[in-house]
Each structure stands twice: as C-alpha cells, then as structure tokens.
Design a protein around this ligand. Structure first.
Ligand SMILES: Nc1ncnc2c1ncn2[C@@H]1O[C@H](COP(=O)(O)OP(=O)(O)OP(=O)(O)O)[C@@H](O)[C@H]1O
Ligand SMILES: [Mg+2]
Length: 268
C-alpha cells in the first residue's frame, strides 16, 4: 500500500538560507516517524511545509497519493480535516480569551456546521479521549496546568479525526513526569485511532521512546534514517552518535561506557 505521506527531495528557502535542503521521507498509516536534530536544523520548517504554512521551493509532498505541495488555500483548508498539528507551547496556541469548548469546537462549527448540541457532544468526547472531564469546556486556558493544556491542544487536533498529526516538540515545555504522561497519551491514541505521527523533537531520547522509525536532520538534510533500533543502537552517522551521547544516563557506568564509545567513534 502507498504511504500516507511522501516527501520527495523537498527544499524550503528563506532568502539566502536553505532551511530544508533536499529532504525525502515517508510515513505509513499508524506509524510514527521521529524527526530529530538540534535547534535550527529545519525540523519545524519541514513540518510547516507539509502543513502548507511555508512555501516550498522545490520537491514534492504527497498525502494519500495526492500531490499537495502547492495546494491552493481552499484545498488546504479541506486538508485540515486530515492533517493536524500539536505545538510545543499550548499556551501560545490556545486563545486565552476563549473557553476550551469554543476552541475545540471551532473547526467543527466552521467545517461541519454542527448545531450546539452536536458540537457539545463532540467536545465532550474529545475531552474524554484525552482524560479531561466535560466541565473543562466551560473554562479558560489559564485555569489549566501545562500538561492539561497540552491535552486540550491534542483534543483540538483530534476533533476532526485526522489521519496524520504533526507533533512539534509536544512535550519539550513540560516537566519530566508530565512529559511521560503526554507521550503515553499520544501512544494510546495512536493505538485506538490508528493515527500517524510525524514526531519532532530535539531530544533523541524522547524520539526513540515513541517512534517506529527515526530520521536525523542536520542543517536541513537527513543524515540518517531507519528503524528506531537501528538508528539509536547502531547509528552510522557521527552526528547521530553525538546526539545519543548527549542523552543523560543515570547510571555512571553506562555513562562512562558511552563517553568511551563516543571518543572512539569521533575523530578528535
Ligand atoms: N519564517 C522564517 N523566516 C526566516 N528564517 C526562518 C524562518 N523560520 C525558520 N527560519 C530559519 O530556518 C532554520 C531552521 O529553523 P527551524 O525553526 O525549522 O529549526 P528547528 O529544527 O525547528 O529548531 P528548534 O529546535 O529550535 O525548534 C533556522 O536557521 C531558522 O532561523
Ligand atoms: Mg522547531
């Protein structure tokens, strides 16, 4: 079967800067592709290009077999029912002056012209899916914790029942324990709904926890791509090895062993 998403030799330019420089990748249904790389490597730009938020200079994006690289605004809006995003900072992406119910239901009201009762039912179901009680719909973003706000952002992303969710550093602003809860929620939702994720993070430790496959991005290029175990246990590229060696390890022996490997593998 054809992949859900195919990206072919994609380039995105900002004036002189080539932020995405010939990236090819694909994503199957129900699969998570982790996209990892340091700050400025082009991860968000790639995600934004797939969503049509930044113009593509060269290459192609296909979704469910349809070329959407330069899809016109009307088609893009319709694609919003299939392709959604969860950002790092839910506080920035949730309107502080709107109730949670209003925010979650707005794509429904706009796209499906649901009446109030139907919209309330859908919002209640969306909140339940992310572990929040129905009365959350009457409250405002400021009344929730960071983790709860991220649950709300996930509920909003899922309310139109998309096939693909781009998660752009969805847990990077959260405390470790909350981070784990949100990652587990994303994994549960994937299992229940058959979702595909493009999971973007600078943290290879987080990426390996949730991804079936991993692509390593450096300066706009994929330097390595493959099954998670392959990439994280037998990395071929020096840059991947550097990312892995930077992961804090609680056990001092393992830490020493890793440092040793890193010194062995990297030319000094
Ligand atoms: N709208 C824009 N206009 C000009 N340059 C941009 C724009 N967006 C991103 N860039 C530049 O493109 C490069 C890639 O940025 P991008 O935000 O995609 O990186 P990233 O991997 O998501 O980084 P981070 O981990 O910090 O989120 C950077 O050099 C950035 O400064
Ligand atoms: Mg980014």
């Amino acid at each position: 079967m054809r992949p859900l998403l195919e990206v072919e030799d994609l380039r995105v330019r900002f004036d002189q800067l080539i932020a995405v420089d010939g990236v090819s990748l694909h994503l199957d249904r129900g699969e998570t592709l982790g996209l990892v790389g340091e700050s400025g490597s082009g991860k968000s730009t790639l995600g934004n290009a797939i969503l049509g938020l930044v113009p593509v200079a060269e290459g192609r994006i296909r979704f469910q077999g349809e070329e959407i690289t330069h899809a016109p605004p009307k088609r893009r809006r319709a694609l919003g029912g299939h392709l959604q995003i969860v950002f790092q900072d839910p506080y920035g992406s949730l309107n502080p002056s709107r109730t949670i119910g209003y925010t979650i239901s707005s794509p429904l009201r706009v796209r499906h012209r649901l009446d109030k009762r139907e919209a309330t039912e859908r919002v209640t179901a969306a909140l339940a899916r992310v572990g929040l009680a129905a009365d959350a719909m009457h409250r405002y973003p400021a009344e929730f914790s960071g983790g709860q706000r991220q649950r709300i952002a996930i509920a909003r992303a899922l309310v139109l029942e998309p096939e693909l969710v781009i998660c752009d550093e969805p847990t990077s602003a959260l405390d470790l324990s909350v981070q784990a809860q949100i990652l587990n929620l994303l994994l549960d939702l994937q299992e229940q709904l058959g979702l595909s994720y493009l999971f973007i993070s600078h943290d290879i430790d987080v990426v390996r926890h949730v991804s079936h496959r991993v692509a390593v991005l450096r300066r706009g290029r994929v330097v390595e791509q493959g099954a998670t175990r392959q990439v994280t246990e037998q990395p071929e590229h020096e840059y991947t090895q550097t990312l892995l060696a930077a992961v804090p390890v609680p056990d001092p022996h393992e830490q020493a062993a890793r440092r040793g490997r890193r010194h062995e593998l990297l030319p000094s």
